[in-house]
Design a protein around this ligand. Structure first.
Ligand code: ZN
Ligand code: CU
Length: 528
């Protein structure tokens, strides 16, 4: 047999969670050939051989939760951001999370969506009318790893209803369902919501049920950033359960966390609740990133009505002293149904991750910037036209560990590839789980960690033939050193590559070696 590539002499953790075993892994074209042991030492011929002695061969990692929708479309200045997931072993990225995707929208709405698209995706990138336009733009931009996308409810709503704080009319809801149906028929991976973000938060439970029913018809999951991950996280979880029950869609809780001092320790209740739901037959799983800090946009710290009407309307309100006073009061007193991150933590727990025109502020907390915090935030948002990313120091380590360790959690980075000092999860998530949590803390065996990054994710999102090392599977693979694998990225240097990742292989080609891209661009747009 003539192989294109031979991974010789390694231990294989095959993605199922089964104990590792010694095996040679061959690659022909873009497929895996699992080779029987050769007692006489006479291996098959291969164009390239990687000596894997002392190393572990795993399936390429599947990142179930990314915001990489546009990263490769933004050109050279975003190249390092687009490369970070590949360098940490991610061979398939699922984008379109938290309610934001690059499609679909009614043609007449596309212009009005440009500003918010820039704020969400970190650069000049169009919203596409449909999945076909999105896939075509990506196919025309060769990439190292594979990409698939959910349909974001926020994008769908902006693309039909606009940014208004009101219920969708029955006609509008029909149109949203039709656009979703078309996208799923064309291959999108499921439906996502971001129910803390505008305009998604303007949608009520019934609206999401109607949309999730469309996803259920295609057997695709309902993936949700809950309406509250802080003091009302349990109520928000029950809303998601109601949506799953009424629609029949499988439920994926995104980046499960219980954040803010009022919710610390609450995973002691949410995780048993999810386990109980699973035992009762509900198909529910979650994902998690291995950090106690979150990251989002600065404008999400403001009450939902502040964003009513979109970016221009927000900026106009921020220029108005009376409106600022209302926002200040809303944060102090709360608004029913609104998560209120700052009210649950404080401005000293919010630091600037990205402010394109004010890079000198990156890394500092809002409290450290001085002055009245709301005025400081308003002035900054005006100066940056709404484009400010933040890191919130909002979680407790025991909660993160509990979610990581639960049998129904998989790994999703929630990486946000925006300039400045993005959250290090973009470049560190997977090696951090393998190094810090599997090897150093012994939270689970390496094979189990790998399963959470591969086989479990592939099963949840219907990525047939991926996430597993077996004969005939897609040749997406990682070769790692189990003794050294660790994340390199920090808050100060968020794009430092991990260590211990010897090779990353996508579609049979080596796309990264020892923390450096090789230049191979075999990545595909995976349509379901
Ligand atoms: Zn989210
Ligand atoms: Cu997200």
């Amino acid at each position: 047999m003539n192989l294109d590539l031979l991974l010789a002499g390694g231990l294989v953790a095959d993605g199922t969670g089964a104990p590792s075993r010694r095996a040679d892994v061959g690659v022909v074209g873009d497929r895996i050939v699992l080779l029987p042991p050769e007692p006489d030492g006479q291996g098959p011929d291969a164009a390239e051989v990687i000596d894997c002695a002392g190393l572990v061969v795993t399936p390429g990692f599947i990142d179930v939760h990314t915001h990489s929708d546009a990263a490769t479309l933004l050109g050279e200045h975003a190249a390092a951001l687009a490369a970070a997931p590949v360098l940490m072993g991610v061979t398939t990225e699922i984008a379109g999370n938290c309610g934001s995707s690059l499609f679909p929208a009614l043609p007449e709405r596309l212009d009005a969506m440009r500003e918010s698209s820039r704020a969400t995706f970190g650069g000049e990138v169009p919203i596409f009318r449909d999945y076909g336009g999105f896939a075509a733009a990506h196919r025309a931009t060769p990439r190292p790893n594979h990409l698939t996308s959910l349909v974001g409810h926020g994008t769908l709503r902006a693309g039909v209803v606009g940014y208004a704080d009101r219920p969708a009319t029955p006609d509008e809801l029909d149109t949203m369902c039709a656009l979703l149906d078309e996208a799923l028929a064309a291959g999108a991976a499921g439906l996502s919501t971001g129910l803390i973000y505008t305009p998604g938060t303007y949608g009520d439970t019934a609206e999401v049920v109607a949309l999730a029913k469309v996803a259920a018809r295609y057997g695709r999951p309902y993936v949700t950033h809950l309406r509250d991950e802080m003091s009302r996280v349990e109520e928000a979880l029950e809303e998601a359960v109601e949506i799953a029950r009424k629609s029949g869609a499988a439920l994926q809780i995104s980046h499960h966390k219980t954040a803010g001092k009022h919710a610390w320790g609450r995973t002691e209740r949410t995780l048993p609740r999810i386990a109980e739901l699973r035992a009762s037959g509900l198909d529910v799983t979650c994902d998690v990133y291995p950090y106690t800090e979150g990251s989002t946009t600065l404008s999400a710290m403001l009450p939902p009505w502040a964003n009513d009407g979109g970016t221009e309307a927000l900026l106009a309100r921020l220029r108005d002293g009376g409106e600022r006073a209302r926002m200040r009061a809303a944060i102090a007193d709360g608004v029913p149904g609104w998560e209120n991150t700052v009210g649950n933590g404080g401005w000293d727990r919010i630091s600037i991750a990205g402010a394109p025109r004010h890079p000198e502020l990156e890394g500092r907390t809002i409290a450290e910037l001085g002055g009245d915090p709301l005025d400081t935030v308003a002035d900054l948002l005006i100066a940056e036209r709404g484009q400010v990313t933040i890191i919130s120091h909002s979680m407790r380590e025991d909660d993160v560990v509990r979610v990581l360790g639960s049998e129904f959690s998989m790994i999703g980075s929630d990486g946000v590839p925006k300039p400045g000092h993005p959250h290090p999860r973009l470049a560190g998530t997977f090696p951090r789980v393998l190094g810090r949590y599997a090897r150093e803390q012994g939270l689970f065996p390496l094979e189990k960690a790998v399963h959470k990054m591969t086989g479990m994710a592939a099963e949840r999102f219907g990525l047939t033939g991926r996430g597993v090392v077996r004969d005939g599977a897609h040749a997406d693979l990682v070769v790692l050193n189990p003794v050294t694998v660790a994340d390199g990225a920090t808050y100060a240097e968020p794009l430092l590559p991990p260590v211990g990742l010897h090779a990353v292989i996508a579609a049979g080609q080596v796309v990264a070696r020892d923390g450096v891209l090789t230049g191979a661009l075999p990545g595909r747009i995976v349509s379901l």
